[in-house]
Design a protein around this ligand. Structure first.
Ligand SMILES: Nc1nc2c(c(=O)[nH]1)N[C@H]1C(S)=C(S)[C@@H](COP(=O)(O)OP(=O)(O)OC[C@H]3O[C@@H](n4cnc5c(=O)[nH]c(N)nc54)[C@H](O)[C@@H]3O)O[C@H]1N2
Ligand SMILES: Nc1nc2c(c(=O)[nH]1)N[C@H]1C(S)=C(S)[C@@H](COP(=O)(O)OP(=O)(O)OC[C@H]3O[C@@H](n4cnc5c(=O)[nH]c(N)nc54)[C@H](O)[C@@H]3O)O[C@H]1N2
Ligand SMILES: [Mo]
Length: 692
């Protein structure tokens, strides 16, 4: 790093690469080498000078007691977190020699990288790390824990066409927030939705919870989790049957119309309402409003994808603006993820992929560690992820990590729930200590992330570490690459002048612009440029084919649907180390009365996979038959070291092999004991527990 960051007072412009659609531009104040304030800047229009409380408090992670500062090597049993300090040379030497030994003895497919959402940048993820594991010939990871079903749907229908910008929401007369809760998961959309409402727009929220925006909506549709597919198909049927489909647009711009119409035919309003637990009148009102108000905009989130029907649900939702002819005007169409807007391919900077190797679906990590053979997994390299907290079937993940013959590396910023299972721990820099290029998936911009302080302790960026390992394992002639070289290397390969612009100004805009009108400025990237309403090139795991509904997995013993949505306090499990409140299960009054449970009680939430002991809050915040426990909690937040993922099945969604967190079905019972593992339960009971 060329600037001396160790003294003086300055405010540095950078951006936040955490896994959130907004990708904020930041103004970070530094005094004598220490971060004193993190605030929003105006450089990225979406940020508009304000940021979330989580990132304002990010210094609590950088300097917090859980921060990892040095490499460490395990000294005690797996899971106990007993380590001794080591030098980088020693730690990387141990890792390189174990990898070398395993690739010689068992073949490199016995090595499994495991990474996901830590930081979304083009340097810290899918860059030198991916090149290292490819050159090694390691097993591949299907990175499917999130956005795989919605991503497959968007690719199949539109080839991942870019979506409508937040700033264009006020142009809409109707806004549908479908399975998305921007009040927690992308706060910069909220002011635009409110502005649209003030200008007379109608707001519809589709969510089993009564979120803040659902309370302010004209219509709140609260389906049973996992039933969006029949709901959306009923809207399609309504459009077709009432002559409200845009036949001209469909003829000119779509394929698969007849097939979609046939798939929707069985789903009358009455039938879909019965399956989704809705009043038929409410659903009909939804259909009528969507058909008649324009411009109409659907914000499709990720809440609807995390179940067995999630991919087809997303297809049916994303198909609505095509069938109803909502494109071609500002404020019309849809937005979801704009990750495709730049049309990047990392082969442009890390080279072509050599021969493919075995692929392991990350949602089935526990199973992979416990049962895979030929070869079995002998080395697990975890970075940018905290699988013990975030991957389905927590107990299986933990059992897999406890295997004595497994060698686990955890490359991390803080002492997460996964770290105690490591054989070698490597300390990683945070985004305040390294460079990155960060693509907004809620907006369209590319932003520069740059270091504002020196790395804490001996922490290092991903690029440096994987480049070092490449050299140690004879996969590169060296010298090792440093992150600034990697930065220029990637920036040079961005389209047009975007690389220069992002390095000089901190922000660059993709070819379709920052405020595209769909079907005017951006078009489908499918093979023929049309919308594929029935995309036969998308493989589906559903036994009865595209758009077929799979029944609810509830049983008599476990009737309640457990969902685990994003909370405003964390980003997945990142920053959950700063949470001081115990886990809280949200439950509807009817369900609570039936079980003799009241707010503040300690409860067991259980099914065949595991159980979580936590507090309960009873309210109208969640629909009947559904309970909600925040995603990303660390194990210490519950009374029995288990979190929502302990109850989530490791089954896969219909498209994309996605995670089915919200297919967890549970029962809830009050814990009558006054103490749990020696701790009086009363000490955990807070005065007031806000909706998470
Ligand atoms: N503060 C904060 N922000 C985040 C994150 C975070 O953890 N915290 N996570 C980031 C990440 S990784 C992601 S992927 C995004 C996620 O962003 P969102 O999609 O907004 O997040 P979720 O909370 O997964 O789901 C949104 C809503 O879907 C509802 N829901 C659950 N099941 C269903 C269903 O079957 N149908 C329908 N219609 N609704 C359902 C939930 O009640 C929830 O309110 O947010 C990102 N931003
Ligand atoms: N119960 C339940 N669980 C869920 C979900 C749910 O709906 N319900 N949703 C899921 C979703 S949407 C997602 S996206 C996943 C996310 O799951 P994960 O990918 O596990 O995401 P995080 O919990 O944020 O953990 C990322 C880790 O990467 C580390 N990290 C950050 N930057 C760097 C870096 O530059 N280098 C290195 N080496 N490490 C870094 C952080 O310290 C953090 O511990 O969680 C899923 N978990
Ligand atoms: Mo996610």
């Amino acid at each position: 790093m060329s600037e001396d960051l160790s003294w003086g007072r300055s405010t540095v412009e950078t951006s936040c690469p955490l896994d959130c659609p907004d990708a904020c531009s930041l103004a970070v104040s530094v005094e004598q080498g220490k971060v004193t304030k993190i605030d929003g800047s105006r450089r990225h229009e979406i940020t508009n000078g304000f940021i979330c409380a989580k990132v304002r408090g990010f210094a609590g992670r950088v300097y917090g007691p859980d921060r990892l500062q040095f490499p460490q090597i395990r000294t005690g049993p797996k899971g106990k977190g007993q380590f001794k300090r080591a030098s980088w040379n020693e730690a990387l030497g141990v890792i390189a020699s174990r990898i070398d030994e395993v690739r010689t003895r068992s073949g490199a497919e016995a090595i499994l990288p495991f990474c996901y959402g830590g930081s979304n940048g083009l340097l810290t993820q899918e860059s030198v790390d991916a090149r290292f594991f490819r050159r090694l010939g390691a097993s591949r990871l299907a990175r499917t824990v999130c956005a795989a079903p919605t991503g497959a749907a968007a690719l199949g229908l539109y080839g991942k066409m870019a979506g409508v910008a937040y700033a264009d929401y006020p142009a809409a007369r109707l806004i549908v927030l479908w399975g998305v809760n921007p009040s927690a998961s992308g706060i910069h959309l909220v002011p635009y939705v409110r502005q649209a409402q003030r200008a007379g727009a109608t707001l519809i929220v589709v969510d089993p919870r009564r979120t803040a925006l659902a309370r302010q909506a004209d219509l709140h549709i609260a389906p049973r989790p996992g039933t969006d597919l029949p709901v959306a198909l009923a809207l399609h049927r309504y459009l077709f049957e009432h002559g409200l489909a845009d036949e001209t647009f469909l003829r000119d711009h779509a394929t698969g119309v007849a097939e979609l119409r046939a798939a929707a035919a069985p789903w009358t309003i009455a039938k879909a309402a019965a399956v989704a637990g809705l009043e038929p009148e409410t659903l009909e009102q939804f259909a009528r409003l969507y058909a008649t108000l324009s411009p109409a905009l659907i914000r499709c989130g990720w809440g609807l994808e995390r179940n067995r029907n999630g991919g087809h649900a997303a297809m049916a939702v994303l198909g609505l603006p095509t069938v109803a002819g909502k494109f071609g005007v500002r404020g019309g169409g849809y937005s979801m993820s704009n990750s495709g807007a730049w049309r990047l391919n990392n082969a442009d900077w890390i080279g072509l992929d050599p021969a493919p190797t075995r692929t392991v679906n990350m949602n089935q990590l526990g199973d992979a560690l416990l049962t895979l053979k030929d070869p079995k997994v002998e080395v697990l390299f975890v970075y940018n992820a905290n699988p013990v907290a975030t991957i389905p079937d927590q107990n299986a993940v933990v059992r897999g990590l406890e295997r004595e013959d497994l060698f686990t590396v955890v490359f991390e910023q803080v002492r997460t729930d996964t770290v105690p299972y490591a054989d070698v721990v490597l300390p990683a820099t945070t985004f305040l200590e390294h460079y990155d290029l960060n693509r907004s998936y809620g907006g369209h911009a590319m932003l520069l992330v740059k270091p504002v302080i020196e790395p804490i302790g001996e922490s290092r960026p991903n690029v440096d570490v994987f480049s070092d390992l490449e050299v140690r394992l004879g996969l590169s002639d060296g010298p090792t690459e440093d992150e600034t070289e990697a930065l220029f290397h990637v920036a040079r390969r961005l389209p047009g002048t975007a690389g220069e612009t992002v390095l000089a100004d901190g922000v660059a805009i993709p070819p379709g612009g920052a405020h595209p009108i769909q079907f005017v400025d951006v078009h489908p990237h499918t093979s023929d440029g049309k919308v594929h309403l029935f995309p036969t090139d998308v493989p589906t795991l559903a036994p009865n084919g595209l758009y077929s509904y799979q029944e609810d997995p509830a049983t008599g013993d476990h009737p309640l649907a457990l969902i685990s949505p994003a909370s405003e306090k964390t980003i997945s499990s990142t920053l959950a180390e700063l949470r001081t409140r115990p886990a809280v299960l949200h439950m509807n009054a009817g369900d609570a009365v039936a079980r003799g449970v009241e707010t503040g009680d300690a409860v067991r939430v259980f099914n065949a996979l595991g159980e979580v002991h936590c507090l309960v809050e009873v309210s109208d915040g969640v629909r009947e038959g559904t309970v909600s426990l925040a995603k990303g909690l660390w194990r210490r937040s519950s009374f029995n070291q288990s979190t929502a993922t302990a109850l989530a099945p490791a089954t896969l969604s219909d498209l994309g092999g996605g995670a089915c967190f919200n297919d967890a079905r549970v029962e809830v019972a009050k814990i009558v004991a006054a103490s749990w593992e020696g701790k009086p339960l009363a000490v955990f009971v807070p005065d007031k527990v806000p909706l998470q």
